[in-house]
Design a protein around this ligand. Structure first.
Ligand SMILES: [Zn+2]
Length: 549
């Protein structure tokens, strides 16, 4: 039977437009989902939007819209962005959908029937921004999570017997794979050890939510509503057989990916709800850190929120994907800056991978009529072939181990390191030239060098001494050497290269290239390369005749 793999992002709250932090979580999940599909797993990748709650009701009011209109607009922005970024989610759930509403009510009934829900009165502080009851706070106290002033609520509510699950949860945390990374696990353990109080799971002071079954004066607490999406999207509580079969196949989730600010909801409340409903628990909850902007937290008031769209306009989705996974140590806070993005792009993608790809494609086009030829079976191996093959095998193994432990940055470092080593090896054996000589004589086929893989490695990626402004290929244009050149060329900070400062984006964005230019980093590096190349040329090498200008 095919192995299944079910991964989720948190569903994003529609109180604000998507920014790069949302993209970061989604990219990480997408990368994992794609890898699992390649490994042959029957993969289900879920994302969506969380659309209920007092905060949405108020935001809609302020914008002079109905909550549904408001949610529709923002939810569409998320969907469009994921589409544009090529995110491979299998479903997108919205908590205002009929399927979700019915199934959440079913979950509520089940927990109530199992004896874990009772009616009581809640008097205390509530943070509307986090949709969180703040235990022990006095009127006027700030929320410990976000710092906003809490509101006093006094209402008759339904309560969930969270206190009944303290020991069971602690038992669950004994499994080191359940909460990752370790630091988050320790935080959760100490929170639960300090004692759990029953949790209010309904509100009656506003109406934008899912009505409690048989008591529509109350709406279900937004976190119970939202967390349940992981079940409802794959068919929990559905009446038709197809959805039931899907639920049976995919639940429990293999990975819930979350940001560190929602660890408590996912690692304490969520497993407790599932235990109360008698449902299996997810296998792992993985929390990443925050993405900061130049070391400080992104926020509307600071005006430093980075929008993904502008980066997509200039660099494309793959560059952003690579940058975020390579630059940020997953699980820790990471800092985003445009300088770092440009630098990574130039060094790793344009000069590293880009050169290798460009040269390889050019040679295949020029000497092999655009097709990768098979090596002759009689071709003898050259010294060093086996070492390169072994390096490749070792890299693949190491990459897999690191990736599966969510060490994306180190996994990518390993892959790039191996390319660097391989290209160094091939530089020493000077195969670029021998390819030209032998193939022009023989007309076709690889020179007596063992494998195409070997040949790809053996290509000598010299620095392209070229600083052309970024050009975007026309959509649908072929991948040929011209396209690859324009796609993979280093970004020049001067000239006509501009970060398209479109009106909707952060004002800081447009300043980044100016700073980079003033440092002259790119120009310095290029002139250094020119020097190196000239020195080499004068000593023993011919100019790179094989290579594109
Ligand atoms: Zn708060």
């Amino acid at each position: 039977m095919t192995r299944k793999f079910y991964i989720t992002t948190p569903i994003y709250y529609v109180n604000a437009r998507p920014h790069i932090g949302h993209a970061y979580t989604t990219i990480a999940c997408d990368t994992i989902a794609r890898r699992q599909r390649l490994l042959g797993a029957d993969t289900f990748f879920l994302t969506g939007t969380d659309e209920h709650g007092q905060k949405i009701e108020r935001a809609a009011q302020a914008a002079d819209k109905t909550p549904q209109q408001y949610a529709d607009e923002i939810s569409a922005e998320f969907r469009n962005l994921w589409k544009r970024m090529g995110i491979s989610n299998d479903d997108f759930i919205r908590t205002t959908e009929e399927r979700h509403i019915k199934r959440v009510q079913e979950l509520f009934r089940r927990i109530r029937d199992n004896g874990y829900i009772y009616k009581g009165t809640y008097t205390g502080q509530y943070c509307v921004s986090d949709e969180l009851y703040v235990d022990g706070a006095q009127p006027g106290d700030p929320c410990p999570t976000c710092g906003r002033i809490t509101e006093t609520v006094h209402e008759e509510n339904y309560f969930f017997k969270l206190s009944a699950f303290q020991d069971k949860l602690l038992e669950l945390y004994a499994n080191p794979d359940f909460i990752r990374p370790e630091t988050r696990r320790n935080e959760v353990i100490s929170f639960v050890r300090s004692g759990l109080r029953d949790l209010s799971i309904s509100r009656s002071t506003f109406s934008w939510g899912i009505p409690v079954p048989d008591d529509p004066k109350h709406v279900i607490y937004v976190w119970l509503d939202a967390l349940a999406n992981y079940l409802t999207a794959i068919g929990y509580g559905a009446s038709h057989a197809g959805a039931q079969a899907a639920f049976k196949k995919y639940w429990p989730a293999d990975v819930h990916m979350i940001g560190k600010e929602i660890v408590r909801f996912h690692c304490v409340y969520w497993p407790a709800f599932l235990l109360a409903a008698g449902l299996p628990l997810p296998k792992a909850i993985v929390a990443h850190g925050w993405l900061l902007f130049e070391e400080s937290k992104m926020s509307k008031s600071r005006g430093n929120i980075v929008r993904t769209e502008t980066i997509l306009d200039v660099l494309g989705a793959d560059a952003l994907r690579y940058f975020l996974l390579r630059e940020v140590v997953f699980g820790q806070d990471g800092s985003f800056s445009f300088d770092a993005l440009v630098q990574r792009y130039n060094s790793d993608l344009a000069n590293g991978l880009g050169n290798l790809a460009s040269r390889t494609l050019t040679m295949i086009n020029r000497y092999f009529k655009g097709e990768v030829p098979y090596p002759s079976p009689s071709a003898s191996k050259l010294p060093g072939d086996e070492a390169i093959a072994e390096t490749a095998r070792k890299t693949i193994r190491e990459f897999g181990v690191l990736f599966d432990q969510f060490h994306f940055s180190r996994a990518l470092e390993t892959a790039w390191g191996s390319w660097r080593r391989s290209t160094n090896t091939s530089s020493r054996t000077s195969h670029g030239r021998s390819a030209k000589n032998k193939t022009t004589q023989a007309g076709r086929g690889w020179p007596p060098c063992s494998t195409p893989q070997r040949r790809l490695y053996a290509l000598r990626p010299r620095w392209r001494i070229r600083s052309c402004p970024m050009q975007r290929p026309k959509s649908g244009s072929r991948w040929d050497s011209a396209t690859s050149r324009s796609l993979l060329s280093p970004i020049s900070h001067g000239g006509s290269c501009r970060w398209a400062p479109n009106s909707a984006t952060s004002t800081r964005f447009s300043r980044a290239p100016t700073r980079a230019r003033s440092k002259g980093c790119n120009r310095w590096r290029i002139s250094k390369e020119v020097r190196q190349w000239k020195n080499r040329k004068s000593r023993r090498h011919r100019p790179p005749a094989l290579l594109p200008p």
